[in-house]
Design a protein around this ligand. Sequence first.
Ligand code: SF4
Length: 334
Amino acid sequence: MKHSNISIFVPHIGCPNMCSFCNQHTISGTQKAPTAEKVMAVCTQALGEVRSPENAEIAFFGGSFTAIPQDYMVSLLETASEFVGKGKFRGIRISTRPDCIDTQILCILRKYGVTSIELGAQSMVNHVLESNDRGHTAEDVFRACRLIRAEGFELGLQMMMGLYKSTESDEYETFEKIIYIKPDTVRIYPVVILKNTRLGELYKSGEYKTFSFDEVVNMVSAFLTSFEKNGINVIKCGLHASEFVENDMVGGFYHPAFREICESRIYRDKISQILARKTGKNRDFSFAVSPTCISKAVGQCRANINYFREKFSGCNVKIIGDIGVKKYDVELRG
Ligand code: SF4
């Protein structure tokens, strides 16, 4: 059964500083901090509308949930916790900063039914964190992850790619450290440069140059495959489609079908590697993939099929579905 979130944004109010890329008002599309009454109204409405509440979680996203004034945080959690339990929602998830986690905070979260904690790690390289005004270090992420794990919460990590001063080797270092931590879930956000941010100013002045779209797609497709192989669930890849983001972005890697593009690239590369080794006269090939991935292997508007025809002297590739083939794997069938 598909998992869903009842999302409630708590914009920016808990942040001790302003990260280089952040314009929370644009991301959340709202400027108001929710009240306990608002949480009550959202949850009541959702409970009446969501088909399988037992597969849904109340999700406090946005700012730095555990850094907001504690009385206010407890008032939101207290209200949300009334909607968790038998016949109601499965649990509560929150997102926060790695330096805003300690045992006392975890104790409060547990008391009110929080089940999952996501940390905005963004990068695991200290010079990148510093250059982007994150106000925490990679060691803070390791420490917070250890505490969260020790207390039995589900752990999620968010990484942001293409930040100011981040090189390809920095991106791989972040990725490898996340694999080492082995969170339950990961969100990959290729950077989107927004108006009214420091990153936006650096970009406008020419001081900040980042990767090409293609370079990011190549890296993300490699990361997706490895996360999958390591049993880490990538629950988001690319910023969700929003008119606020589309209006306020000045650069970066926003595409409404970003994940689909990266997954298509995985199939393009894997099939290309096999075709490159085929030297005989036969130019017709069938590849089996997981049935849920056929459209990704074919590519948007048959982009991959056309690519194979052009790159490998007119060869015809047919994609078939086979439930025996794992996600992101391909098998040559003839
Ligand atoms: S911690 Fe998150 S919400 Fe706060 S300024 Fe940084 S990115 Fe924005």
